[in-house]
Structures are given as structure tokens and as C-alpha cells.
Design a protein around this ligand. Structure first.
Ligand code: SF4
Length: 319
């Protein structure tokens, strides 16, 4: 079995505006192993959701995938014809977003929406088999089979998000991208939905890319984590290693900003703002906020390198 189900190389996505190109994703490379839970974490605007949309080929103008490769099962998602990509979506790679629950069609019962997803991929089942299949999907996400006959307005937010997960897994994709899937839910429901996602992922043997800004949630869910800053991946490592010893100064500050019992509720932010993606400064994009910046950081952009086994960091401190 291949050790990578998804391999992304040097992905660049720019938004072309009258003022110039906004470099939302600026040459990002990472891979995901079969059945792995991989996290992408960063502040809003760091490019993580743009990566999700690029992998689904859902970038809309003025956005454009400028270059790169994204191999899923040997197929480059960035270059397959549109019709083939339509079939790959859901069948091999599915996306669940924060707003997914609002994308349910309000005038169709849940059953019809799952059936439509199957039929859109040429899966036409006899009524009894279809019923069994829909019941199985709903039960897998912790919903009662009778939810099939309900309309979205009859469901709570958590139930709607579970129904979206049921649709996302209806074709048993190899990769599920979950982009802030629980942000619109209250904390208790968030936890339940995340547990559901984990259960489903384990049952299907699918890989998950969990996208978010919450380091605490990442620590509970993912096995490996990529930290994004201003369109770049600045650190990739196993989640325990990142929490035990963050190497990139940005990751260090992210972890230091987490509330802890010892710090008695003091919440430390990271001073300063990310750079403009329209006019990226020379050198390291983090240098204006980095407490460890030195001369080289002003002139040379650091590359993501493996500085220790399985630890990738983009920082001159480790050159
Ligand atoms: Fe800080 Fe320099 Fe490392 Fe950038 S390269 S994170 S500015 S030390």
C-alpha cells in the first residue's frame, strides 16, 4: 500500500484583483497517508481554506490555481478534465465546511439529498437497497433512520451537520476535508460532531484533513499537523512533537497563546498583523512579528526543510 493517499506539491493559488495578485497559497507541499488525520491550522486568511477549495477544484474567479500538483490515487486533481473531477468529488474526495449545513436544500427531505448524491455519480439502487443504504449512512453518523424523511428545518444545527457528513461519506471517499466543520455549533455539539467524524473516518479507513484555527481541537483530533502562515506552510510534524517542542517561532507563539490552568486565564495574543498577501515583503513573511528575527530573515525567504526526522520547518534558525 502506498504511504501517501494524497500528495500536494508546490501548490500556488492567487486571487487576481485590480491592485495585483493576492498570493493566498504560495507554494505549499504536503502529503497525507491512508487513514491519517492531518490538520492544517492557521489564522484566518492564512490560505488553509483556499487549499481545500483548490483540492476540490472549486476556486472561482478572480481566484486561479497558478501551478502545482495534487495527486490523489495517482490522478492529478489540478489537471483532470472538469467532468472527471465532478465524478471524483464525493467519490474520492469530499468537503465538509462550516456552512455545509446551510447548503442542504430546504425543500428536499434528507433521503432525497442522499439519493441525489448517489445518482449524480451513476449509482441507481432498487428502493429497498437504497433505503438500507440511507439508513446505514445515517446510523453511521449517529442519526436515527427516521431523519431520512425529515426536512432540514426540522433538524438542529448538529443534526444538519451530521446529515452533511452522511452525504459526504455516501460514496466512501478516500479523503474527507473538514474545513472548520463545527465552528457554527455550540461547544458540546462541536465535540459530538467531531467524535462522529472521527468514528466515520475510522470505519471507512478514510483520511481526514481537518482545517481550523483551534490548536486545542487539533490536539484532540489529528495525528500530524501543518501550520500555515500568510500562504505558506511553516511547520509540519506529529502533533505530540509540535506541542512538546514547537520549532517555528510562529508555532511557539501559537502554543504559548493557548489558555492553560497554570496561566490562570491570561490569554496572550500574537502581537502584530500578518503581512499583506498583495505585496509580500522580502525575506521571511513572519519577520515583522518574530521575536527571533535576525539579518538574514529580511532578505531571504526560508524554505520548508526536514530539520529533524519527520519535522519540517521553514525558518533560518534551523538552516
Ligand atoms: Fe523568525 Fe527569521 Fe525564523 Fe522567520 S526565518 S521565523 S523571521 S527567525
Amino acid at each position: 500500500m502506498s504511504s501517501k493517499v494524497l500528495e500536494v506539491r508546490d501548490l500556488r493559488v492567487y486571487y487576481h484583483t485590480p491592485r495585483g495578485a493576492v498570493k493566498a497559497v504560495n507554494g505549499v507541499s504536503f502529503s497525507v497517508a491512508p487513514a491519517e488525520r492531518f490538520g492544517l491550522v492557521g489564522e484566518s486568511g492564512s490560505g488553509k481554506s483556499t487549499i481545500a477549495l483548490a483540492l476540490m477544484r472549486l476556486i472561482k474567479p478572480p481566484g486561479r490555481i497558478e501551478s502545482g500538483e495534487a495527486y490523489l490515487d495517482g490522478v492529478n486533481l489540478l489537471t483532470v478534465p472538469d467532468e472527471e473531477m465532478r465524478k471524483i468529488r464525493l467519490a474520492k474526495i469530499a468537503l465538509i465546511t462550516q456552512g455545509a449545513m446551510n447548503s442542504l436544500n430546504p425543500v428536499l427531505r434528507v433521503r432525497t439529498q442522499i439519493q441525489d448524491a448517489l445518482e449524480d455519480h451513476d449509482i441507481h439502487l432498487p428502493p429497498r437497497e437504497l433505503n438500507d443504504r440511507i439508513r446505514e449512512f445515517l446510523e453511521r453518523v449517529g442519526l436515527d433512520a427516521k431523519v431520512a424523511d425529515m426536512y432540514p428545518h426540522e433538524l438542529s444545527g448538529g443534526m444538519k451537520q451530521r446529515a452533511c457528513i452522511a452525504i459526504a461519506i455516501s460514496l466512501q471517499p478516500k479523503v474527507i476535508i473538514a474545513d472548520e466543520p463545527t465552528s457554527a455549533l455550540d461547544v458540546v455539539v462541536q465535540r459530538q460532531v467531531i467524535e462522529t467524524l472521527k468514528d466515520v473516518q475510522q470505519q471507512l479507513g478514510a483520511s481526514i484533513i481537518l482545517i481550523g484555527h483551534d490548536m486545542g481541537l487539533m490536539a484532540q483530533v489529528v495525528q500530524r499537523l501543518g501550520v500555515m502562515y500568510a500562504g505558506d506552510l511553516v511547520e509540519i510534524a506529529e502533533v505530540e512533537a509540535i506541542f512538546a517542542e514547537p520549532l517555528h517561532p510562529y508555532t511557539q507563539l501559537l502554543i504559548a497563546s493557548l489558555p492553560s490552568l497554570d496561566r490562570k486565564g491570561t490569554l496572550r495574543g500574537i502581537p502584530g498583523l500578518p503581512p499583506s498577501l498583495l505585496d509580500r515583503p522580502t525575506g521571511c513573511p513572519f519577520r515583522t512579528r518574530c521575536p527571533k528575527a535576525f539579518d538574514r530573515c529580511e532578505v531571504e525567504e526560508p524554505e520548508l526543510r526536514e530539520v529533524r526526522p519527520n519535522r519540517w520547518v521553514a525558518c533560518h534558525l534551523y538552516a
